[in-house]
Design a protein around this ligand. Sequence first.
Ligand code: 13P
Ligand code: SF4
Length: 438
Amino acid sequence: MTPVVVVVDDHSVRHQVHLRSSAPALAARPAAYDLHMTTDTASAPAPAPLPLLVLGQGTDLHTERGVECPGDLPAPSDPDLVERARAAKAALGERVFVLGHHYQRDEVIEFADVTGDSFKLARDAAARPDAPYIVFCGVHFMAESADILTSDDQTVILPDLAAGCSMADMAAIAQVEDCWEQLAAAGVAEQTIPVTYMNSSAAIKAFTGRHGGTICTSSNARTALDWAFEQVGGVDGDGKVLFLPDQHLGRNTAVRELGLSLDDCVVWDPHRPNGGLTSEQLAGARMILWRGHCSVHGRFSVDAVEAARREIPGVKVIVHPECQYEVVERADEVGSTEKIIQTIAAAPAGTSWVVGTELNLVRRLAQQFPEQRIAFLEKNVCYCSTMNRIDLPHLVWALESLVEGRVVNPIHVDPTVAAEARAALDRMLALPGTTHKD
Ligand code: 13P
Ligand code: SF4
């Protein structure tokens, strides 16, 4: 098969992917690490001709949320966009608070009042009760959490409603309710407590609140699991955690940080009867991991870590805990986006780093810390396409609409769902000895 070169152009119209036919020289190129942060990716299989989601057909308006923007969405090529964003933000003054997740594009981060990982942004959103408008430059579950944590007088806006999260979409509330019923039928629900990763819908956070569980993020997963096991008899007892929806974060934290074994973990597959597990497997498990993963971090491979070690003398490998267990085991450091930044910032000049997390952040690290040598871990991994949906045209559109007195793309979580989800989020925010260090 003819290899293709996939170039992801940061300034293209919404994560558009250009395919170019292969050049023999590139096809033959060894998998060397590019310390200058090119984004070329050599890959063997040609992509399917159909896009994953056929947008703009009007066949499924729920799926196509965010496709239609009432009003004028500025063209990405508009040379005045930066000036327009500045002017709109200045006109709104203290009435708007812009939050930016570390995976956002540079053009968006430039206008963020604060940046952070999902834990920090949840706290920051809650800490600005005076701002009537919170513009959340991140993904849907983060904006929902901000809506839950802010007052009824505040409105959270997601500049593009199509900015979702593939991992969050791997757990639907009906599947989770069904799983719980089956755990009850197997006689294990009573000794099980749910711990749900922030990357989940508000409905699943509400489920977690109803069943006495907590939310966690990648920066406090260990603390959250410690707390959860204490509720069901301690980490050395027989109690269980149902961990949703990222199997990798759950496994990495339980095995590497709490001392459980891989055999203590089972994977609940929502697409198979009884999760694909026998009653004996369920009875013997300590961690019931939902079969979900991040479509970006799940692609970092052991081969890439080994190649980095071969090719870059003295390199340190740092990865996000959404990566697979085998990858995390071979890394030198693991942590949330905030921790990755702090670790590289604190490292002595001249250190070489290979980073396994989203490409916007890795590129920014390479620019911000030129005294370090920073490379992206895996050439076959692209940007997080949903994070990239938020771009300068959508940000300008959201801000200018506010200036004109129109609120576009507000995120409103149903009040009953919000109250139950808030119980789980409050438990997270009250966790003792948080591992977050800001
Ligand atoms: P952080 O909480 O580390 O920012 O991660 C969020 C996320 O979506 C990672 O893929
Ligand atoms: Fe979701 Fe992965 Fe994107 Fe994070 S990087 S928002 S987990 S798809």
